[in-house]
Design a protein around this ligand. Structure first.
Ligand SMILES: [Zn+2]
Length: 137
């Protein structure tokens, strides 16, 4: 099937659509979406458009927050607080500021920490979807 708009592109069928709301990935499943691979034109029923808009609207109540998993990963690596701090070249007090979630390290430090804990940075720092403060249920 060729696209009636650009008259050239191949139309593909998908049963889900991905949108982004403030960086949050919003996937709406169970829809009947036709999309042109050439011009990107999408063909959707009004019912499916409504479904997608509802899903997007629901996600505007959320935002992404950075959460750390330092202590669990440090224990998994079998390292003490002071060992990690020494290997990073910082004081134990400074390390504990990160581990106790009082402050997030900068990116370079975050990568260094992941190296020392012998894991991927994604195992230590994750973006999590949280309800925006001040929004109701
Ligand atoms: Zn097209």
């Amino acid at each position: 099937m060729k696209c009636p708009y650009c008259l050239n592109g191949e139309i593909v069928f998908r049963d889900e659509m991905t949108n982004f709301v403030n960086g949050i990935t919003v996937v709406t499943k169970g829809i009947d979406l036709k999309e042109c691979l050439n011009c990107g034109k999408k063909f959707l029923s009004n019912e499916d458009k409504e479904k997608i808009n509802k899903n997007i609207e629901e996600n505007t109540k959320y935002e992404l927050a950075l959460k750390q998993n330092l202590k669990a990963m440090r224990l998994k690596a079998g390292l003490s607080e002071i060992e990690v701090a020494n290997t990073l070249g910082i004081s134990k007090a400074k390390y504990l500021i990160f581990e106790k979630n009082k402050k997030m390290p900068d990116l370079v430090m975050a990568f260094k920490i992941a190296n020392v804990l012998r894991c991927d940075i994604k195992d230590v720092y994750k973006l999590k979807k949280v309800k925006k403060s001040g929004t109701q249920n």
